[in-house]
Design a protein around this ligand. Structure first.
Ligand code: PBG
Length: 327
């Protein structure tokens, strides 16, 4: 009888050995918590399709963010739900909209927390598209100006990071120029560089009330069939002055993330989106999977594929588990 000379199982022998040879670690510093801000006072309204996720008014958001910061989560990204929507998405650059109000309050009340603001028109337009319309299509260049205006409003209100998620061509350059002109050269741009036209955004659109009222986003968001095109998108955003680039969604696009890691040196983010979150919640509620283990395995896998940071609705829950040494 001959014995295997190499036994891989030696490396898995006990918890301590496994910890020593682990190639990837997930830490609380990797997490960014997406949050929804709405008008009003004392509001904390659950989102039906995303158990554990709420829409907050500014006052309750501030209290929640204190807890987020206490858990060690370094950053939040804010999405706004405006009082009213119109064809031009004017709410996106309203200095007194929910997002700028929240940014000002958070800068005062939770100074250690990094603040990111999503920059897009779809939460603010009555037709639900990510830009302004020219007949039945989104007008790229007319939208750029509005995105840049919104980014400057958020940066002036205290955002450390602005995160354009609209997928218009040239938006990173336009925003960078506008920030420089407004003397805000230190604001980071985290671009949703490889944002796919994905059915996994369904629950988010309920949370933000931002589903397109006609058609779909296929003329601006990427085709899930493409990866080389994602690398071109990233290269353009880097050229235009992005500081961090993102892939979105995360788990179905880990190959895209891995390619981005191979080709680019700047920090990479992955957005573990609403549908990915809700699938885990739903299966766990039915008793079909172990919630915490599937959550941590998902986040670790996103890190392993090359992400430096993960936008995830699990940020608080994962932070609590990490603090307890659990996995
Ligand atoms: C705005 C935006 C969307 C998401 C983030 N920013 C929705 C969309 O493009 O329809 C989705 C996030 C998620 O599903 O968690 N354009």
């Amino acid at each position: 009888m001959s014995f295997p000379l190499v036994r891989m199982r030696r490396l898995r022998r006990n918890e301590t050995i496994r910890r020593m040879v682990a190639e990837t670690t997930l830490g609380v510093s990797d997490l960014i918590y997406p949050m929804f801000v709405c008008p009003g006072k004392g509001v904390r309204q659950p989102v039906g399709s995303m158990p554990g996720v709420d829409r907050f008014s500014v006052d309750t958001l501030v209290e929640e963010c204190k807890q987020v910061a206490d858990l060690g989560v370094p950053a939040v990204i804010l999405f706004g739900i405006p009082e009213k929507k119109d064809a031009l998405g004017r709410g996106a650059y309203d200095k007194n909209g929910p997002v700028p109000l929240a940014l000002r309050a958070l800068r005062r009340a939770v100074p250690g927390l990094a603040l990111a603001a999503d920059v897009c028109m779809c939460e603010y337009t009555d037709h639900g598209h990510c830009g302004i319309l020219d007949k039945d299509t989104v007008h790229n260049d007319a939208t750029l100006e509005l995105l840049a205006k919104a980014a400057v409003v958020y940066a002036q209100a205290g955002a450390h990071i602005v995160a354009p998620s609209d997928m218009m061509d040239g938006r990173v350059g336009e925003i960078r120029e506008a920030l420089d002109e407004a003397e805000l050269p230190d604001t980071l741009i985290m671009s949703y560089a490889a944002k796919y036209c994905s059915a996994f955004y369904g629950p988010f659109r309920e949370a933000a009330d931002s589903a397109p009222q006609f058609g779909d986003r296929k003329t601006y968001q990427m085709d899930p069939a493409n990866v080389r095109q994602a690398l071109r998108e990233v290269a353009l955003d880097v050229e235009e002055g992005a500081d961090i680039v993102m892939v979105k969604p995360a788990l179905p696009y880990l190959d895209v993330l891995a390619h981005m890691r191979d080709e680019f040196d700047l920090p990479l983010a992955a957005y573990h989106v609403s549908g990915e979150y809700s699938m885990i919640k739903a299966a766990a509620q039915l008793g079909w999977i172990d919630h915490d283990r599937v959550m941590m395995e998902s986040l670790l896998s996103i890190k392993r594929a090359g992400a430096d940071m993960i936008l995830t609705y699990f940020a608080k829950e994962a932070a609590k588990l990490l603090a307890g040494g659990g996995k």
